[in-house]
Design a protein around this ligand. Structure first.
Ligand code: NOJ
Length: 531
């Protein structure tokens, strides 16, 4: 079975991971120096969010040069060192590819601004005249995902499209130069040892011909967002087939088993499972994050519906489901679910499901969402929402490594020089504190990952439910492993479930044979148990 079908990948937001040079900003040498944390945890791969030169209008997702490393993060040599070291430790390296838009400081966009309407330079982006005779109204009614219109007017009267911040102009993917430039970018990073790409906004590169209005209610019904004229266009699929071929045929890096080990991961905010599955047909992408799972509430029925729907849709195209509970964009699970116990239980649920998993740095430490004071917020959502949405910085507060107060060894700089602040009460969340504590969240994740490896046969085993569809708990079996999650208000006697096996791991200590509310347990049958 290919590694990516059941891999556990770990997302690193480098600016918040570890700072090696004392400037208050995490960097690539900092990641390299802390790879032992990932090895100790037992992950198969790491994914680096964008490390490219960027003015940081959107946390690095506004890229000025796709074939270089941001000076505050290090150098290309630092990237090579990181990748080599990760490979030596047996971990693959996935990097972010951001093809939907560039920074407004990208040489192409600067050239476009200095060129005439209808010029070849403007054709690399989506420039249009306004819709009224005076050109004062945007070309259509599209809204930015960060709030406000998706169009900005330039001095000669033309408008350009940005589905995100105005500093992130959308590229025109029907322009052959754009297409071939990104082929070069893929080749460049494969040449530097990248094992795959997480493709940002993978559902939006092409916009419907004629740019028709989207109508009212945009961004409001996720299950219907594939109907928006700026999402999920058919032309995406031949593009991803080409990229898959490119990955499969690019020479294997020394030491890799085969070139088709490489992965394309879609960051695809299309929520209808059958539409999402189309991105992971056998000759397209390998994985696509399951955001429906991330967004599901702490409720047995809702989670079961998402699990069943996702497995059925992915199964129809023979793809693995790629489960995810947190990311640099989402409210951390401890805060979202309302308690550390629930977050731990959700992790045991996710890690018992068939398929691949993405963890996000700090999830294994049970970090809650950090409060970022108004004057330190960097997320463009804060300004774009008129200061009503605090944005995603609370999930990006730097990792606490050791110590009892900020900066918890994240940096040698003082806490107020940290690029984002850390809360004063994170001492118990530090990696060092948790490494020595068998009841810590880190220990739980580590054991769960070890058990996943210990029962390789479960990677292929289908899920069989032992709980009724409307039960307030979830119970299922996969080969030698069974998982029970109690989402109801009452303690759950395990013996009543008729599941084979004995408990090997639980999110909180069991009281006898009873699973407390909000807790989860893994059971293993004797035949499958290999201590
Ligand atoms: C998804 C990324 O995860 C997010 O952080 C970014 O703001 C948008 N794409 C736009 O690039």
């Amino acid at each position: 079975m290919s590694w990516w079908r059941h891999a556990v990948c770990y997302e690193i937001h480098p600016r918040s991971f570890a700072d090696s040079n004392g400037d208050g900003i995490g960097d690539l040498p900092g990641v390299t120096a802390h790879l032992d944390h990932l090895r100790h945890l037992g992950v198969d791969a790491l994914w680096l969010t964008p490390c490219y030169p960027s003015p940081l209008a959107d946390g690095g997702y506004d890229i000025a040069d796709h074939a270089a490393i941001a000076p505050d993060l290090g150098t290309l040599d630092d990237f090579d060192t990181l990748t080599r070291r990760a490979h030596t430790l047996g971990m693959r390296v996935i990097i972010d590819l951001v093809p939907n838009h560039t920074s407004d400081t990208h040489p192409w966009f600067r050239e476009a601004l200095g060129s005439a309407p209808d010029s070849a330079s403007r054709d690399r982006y989506v420039f249009r005249p306004g819709k009224d005779p005076d050109g004062t109204l945007p070309p259509n009614d599209w809204q930015s995902a960060f709030g406000g219109p998706a169009w900005t007017r330039v001095s000669d009267g033309d408008w350009y499209l940005h589905l995100h911040a105005p500093q992130q102009p959308d590229l025109n993917w029907r322009n052959s130069e754009v297409r071939s430039a990104f082929t070069d970018v893929l080749r460049f990073w494969l040449g530097h040892g990248a094992d795959g790409f997480r493709v940002d906004v993978a559902h939006a590169l092409f916009k419907a011909e004629g740019l028709p209005d989207a109508g009212p209610g945009q961004h409001q019904d996720p299950l219907r967002n594939h109907l928006m004229p700026y999402y999920d266009q058919e032309e995406l699929h031949p593009l991803y087939r080409d990229w898959r071929t490119l990955l499969n045929t690019h020479p294997a890096r020394p030491g890799a088993c085969s070139p088709d080990d490489r992965v394309l991961v879609a960051e695809c905010a299309v929520f209808a499972p059958e539409r999402l599955a189309r991105y992971v047909r056998p000759d397209e992408m390998h994985q696509t994050f399951n955001f429906a799972f991330l967004e599901a509430p702490w409720q047995a029925r809702a989670l079961r519906q998402v699990i069943d729907g996702s497995l059925a849709a992915s199964g129809s195209v023979d793809a693995p489901v790629t489960w995810v509970l947190s990311s640099h964009d989402a409210i951390r699970p401890v805060t979202r679910f309302g308690s550390e116990l629930r977050a731990r239980s959700a992790a045991l649920l996710m890690l018992a499901l068939p398929g691949a998993v993405y963890l996000y740095q700090g999830e294994e430490l049970a970090l809650p969402q950090a409060h970022i004071p108004d004057d330190r917020i960097r997320d463009p959502l804060w300004e774009r929402s008129g200061h009503t949405d605090r944005g995603r910085d609370g999930a990006r507060s730097p990792i606490p490594w050791s110590g009892s107060a900020p900066p918890y060894s994240f940096t040698a700089a003082s806490p107020d020089q940290c690029w984002l602040p850390q809360p004063p009460d994170w001492a118990d969340h530090c990696v060092d504190a948790q490494r020595g504590d068998p009841r810590s969240c880190l220990a739980l994740y580590r054991q769960a990952l070890r058990l996943r490896r210990q029962y390789p046969a479960t990677a292929q085993a289908p899920l069989r439910w032992h709980s009724a569809p409307h039960a307030p708990y979830l119970a299922f079996q996969r080969g030698a492993l069974a998982c029970v999650v109690n989402l109801g208000p009452d303690p759950l006697p395990l013996a009543t479930l008729g599941l084979p096996g004995h408990p090997v791991l639980s999110s909180t200590p069991l009281t006898g044979d009873t699973l407390p509310p909000d807790a989860a347990v893994w059971l293993v049958t004797e035949s499958g148990h290999r201590p």
